[in-house]
Write a protein that binds this ligand. Structure first.
Ligand code: S3P
Length: 185
């Protein structure tokens, strides 16, 4: 129990990486960003993989790396916003640790994603708020059920800074899994 990972899932722009870093610092864990692992292994950005090989290929690489998480411990792991959406990944994500869904309201996601350049699923909207809202709303609607089903804990990530959200996670993990579930806390 002491060395269980915390796995952050949620939509693009929900703050998985930023909150994950804060959470790793506060709990004395390593931070692992699955997209970053993919980019290092493939020596290409996620956007470049989408462009060159298509989404299917990216999902296969992502699946391989999700399975490899069973070898990880003492870490906070952020997985890409699509990872929990595919049923073949779900069991592996849940096996990897305590799964936390960072829930963030649509308007906040849109505000963050309008400025984003690195996300191939959002890019077609070319920064237009209306177009981004349309894409995010449709995707979120399709995905939210999978996020909820995969998660052990749901945390509101729409308000407060990254440390506040990280502390919120710690509190909920402790209340559900006991004070000893997060080593060093
Ligand atoms: C994706 C989310 C991205 C990245 C890829 C696909 C998705 O990660 O994996 O662009 O399908 O939601 P972030 O959630 O870290 O942006």
């Amino acid at each position: 129990m002491m060395d269980r990972n915390i796995v952050l899932i949620g939509f693009m722009g929900s703050g998985k990486t930023a909150v994950g870093r804060a959470l790793a610092r506060l709990t004395g864990r390593k931070m692992i960003d699955l997209d970053k692992i993919i980019e290092d292994r493939e020596r290409m950005s996620v956007a470049a993989i989408f462009k060159k090989y298509g989404e299917r290929k990216f999902r296969d690489i992502e699946h391989r790396e999700v399975r490899a998480l069973s070898r990880v411990s003492d870490s906070v792991i952020a997985v890409g916003g699509g990872a929990a959406v595919f049923s073949r990944n779900r069991l592996w994500i849940r096996k990897a640790g305590i799964v936390v869904y960072l829930r963030v309201p649509l308007a906040v996601l849109v505000r963050r994603l309008v400025r984003s350049r690195a996300r191939p699923l959002i890019n077609p909207a070319e920064g237009s708020k209306t177009a981004v809202t349309k894409i995010v709303r449709a995707l979120l609607r399709k995905r939210v059920g999978a996020y909820i089903r995969t998660a052990n804990i749901i945390v509101n990530g729409g308000t407060g800074n990254t440390d506040t959200v990280a502390r919120r996670i710690i509190k909920l993990v402790k209340s559900k899994y006991g004070g000893r579930s997060l080593a060093g806390m």
